[in-house]
Write a protein that binds this ligand. Structure first.
Ligand SMILES: *Cc1c(COP(=O)(O)O)cnc(C)c1O
Length: 510
């Protein structure tokens, strides 16, 4: 394709888009998209791996002085970078869910890049895009069960009740900011005066690092109050006790609708009831980064019972809806609470629908939400439900395979699509478990799979809920059913490989 001009990097490619070069631009972009589609359809997770230092030494070059032209640079990226890029859309990637492979979302993303709308301002910068974004936010509210006002009652940005952010981390941070203002109004203006009034209660051992970071970023200090868990949910007695002991000093209780490790959904209503009984002034935050999945299918929505009692909910479409980065949202039970942390720019307050006023930490930002708009319009809730149901079926197949093997041990009952499991060495004795040996062999399996790039399971630290020894720190492998191209045959082959590697490594003592 295009061999007549591929070899001539200068000239047409030196500048920005120009009517004279229209056909060449289309040709180059077509080439990029074609290769990008083939990249996502690639079977391998990685095609090449190198040590970080080696990549550093290749890539950290001097500032380029001479013109290379877009064509040559594109060629270089296609040839050099793609083999090293992780492809989560591979059916052999069994660790997370960030496939970014939804076709409607990809189209939305390309159009968002090209249209360059700035969601800071409605009338001038993003006349259509602003209302498409507001529509998306209302759809998310409806999915999670928050009330949605009739369109004519949306008179300004303060009636929307949600905002788009760059990820679950930022959504959680804005939630903490709201909790802080709610606990001590005027902190935006005066700063934090008494950090002890800003305690954040989290379940121990299953929390996401973003909450600790958020507490630091918003100036309340990173002293989170951890409460014991049972089966990866709050120990409710311990929660009651903690709230009693810290009376007047808790600004927020966080519950996970799908924690980051096992995707266990909290008993949301019970936690809300306990919190409200202790102190109705405490801000309740539900982190449904994964739990958005449960809102998409009737098979799981009952598990979210009580979530509408929470003051704020984080959802992470780039994690569970095959949407490319970066796309998360924070939803608010009371839309007007967002006023507490609005920005004060003179320039952006002129128009009533400027989303920039209600987007903490962000100024100019692109139309990422178009990816979600196109996805939801393309599939509707029914299509999205079918997709999640397929994942749940695949998860069931996976747990059946794990349970059928004497060499594999499952660590929890899956609520959604994550399954944490361990390879068990042949001489593993449950009455006297050698946890070091267990760690060693599972680490070796994980690293070998990663190095070869043909399968991927995630791995992390997890406190045992009681399968081997309650409270023991384990480092299991983690499956997540996230890719519609993954078949039961893939699962069988991947687990065969885990067992084969396990056999190999368990005999190699360090
Ligand atoms: C992934 C995750 C986050 C952070 O989301 P990002 O989009 O990576 O910023 C927050 N909370 C939970 C429970 C998560 O799993």
């Amino acid at each position: 394709m295009a061999s007549t001009w591929l070899g001539t990097p200068c000239g047409v490619t030196a500048g920005a888009l120009d009517p004279a070069d229209r056909d060449l631009a289309v040709e180059l972009l077509t080439r990029v998209v074609t290769r990008a589609v083939d990249f996502k359809l690639r079977e391998a997770v990685f095609e090449r791996r190198e040590a970080p230092e080696r990549l550093r030494d290749v890539l950290l070059t001097e500032l380029p002085r001479a013109e290379a032209g877009a064509v040559s640079v594109v060629d270089q990226v296609l040839a050099s970078a793609l083999p090293f890029c992780k492809n989560e859309a591979s059916p052999r990637f069994l660790g997370f869910g960030d496939t970014g492979a939804d076709l409607a979302a990809l189209c939305g993303g390309v159009l968002a890049l090209f249209t360059q709308q700035n969601l800071l301002d409605q009338d001038l910068d993003a006349p259509w895009a602003t209302f498409a974004e507001i529509a998306v936010l209302r759809w998310l509210r409806e999915l999670l069960g928050y009330p949605v006002a009739p369109p004519e009652q949306v008179r300004s940005v303060w009636d929307v009740g949600a905002l788009i952010t760059a990820g679950g981390t930022m959504s959680n941070t804005v939630a903490m900011l709201l909790a802080r203002e709610h606990a001590v109004p005027g902190t935006m203006r005066d700063g934090v005066r008494d950090p002890d009034r800003h305690g954040v209660v989290v379940p121990a051992g299953i929390g996401h690092y973003s909450l600790t970071a958020a507490a630091g970023w918003i100036g309340t200090g990173t002293r989170l109050i951890e409460v014991d868990t049972v089966d990866y949910r709050y120990d409710q007695q311990a929660l009651r006790r903690t709230l009693r002991e810290h009376r007047g000093r808790v600004m927020c209780v966080v519950a996970y609708a799908g924690d980051t490790r096992t995707q266990t959904i909290e008993h949301l209503r019970a936690v809300a009831d306990i919190t409200h009984a202790a102190d109705p002034g405490i801000w309740l935050h539900a982190d449904a980064s994964w739990g958005l999945m449960a809102a998409l299918t009737d098979r799981l929505t009952p598990r979210l019972d009580g979530i509408t009692e929470y003051d704020s909910i984080t959802v992470d479409p780039h994690k569970v809806m095959d949407i490319p980065y970066n796309l998360s949202a924070l939803l608010l039970r009371e839309p007007r609470t967002l006023r507490l942390v609005g920005s004060f720019s003179e320039e952006t307050t002129a128009d009533r629908f400027d989303l920039g006023q209600a987007s903490p930490f962000m100024g100019s930002r692109g139309w990422c939400s178009l990816m979600l708009w196109t996805t939801i319009r393309a599939h509707g809730r029914e299509g999205l439900a079918a997709r999640v149901d397929h994942r749940l079926d695949l998860t069931r197949r996976f747990t059946d395979l794990v349970d059928a093997s004497p060499r594999l041990l499952r660590l929890h009952e899956p609520d959604m699509t994550a399954v944490a499991f361990l390879y068990l060495p042949h001489d593993f004795d449950p009455s006297r478990p050698d946890l070091k040996a267990l760690d060693r062999v599972n680490a070796a399996i994980h690293d070998a799979l990663l190095e070869r790039g043909d399968w991927y399971f995630h791995r992390f630290a997890l406190h045992d809920a009681g399968t081997i020894r309650r409270g023991a720190e384990l480092h299991p492998l983690r499956f997540a059913a996230s890719n519609h191209r993954t078949t039961p045959e893939h699962l069988r082959a991947a687990l065969d490989e885990v067992i084969r590697l396990g056999r190999h490594f368990e005999h190699k003592r360090p």
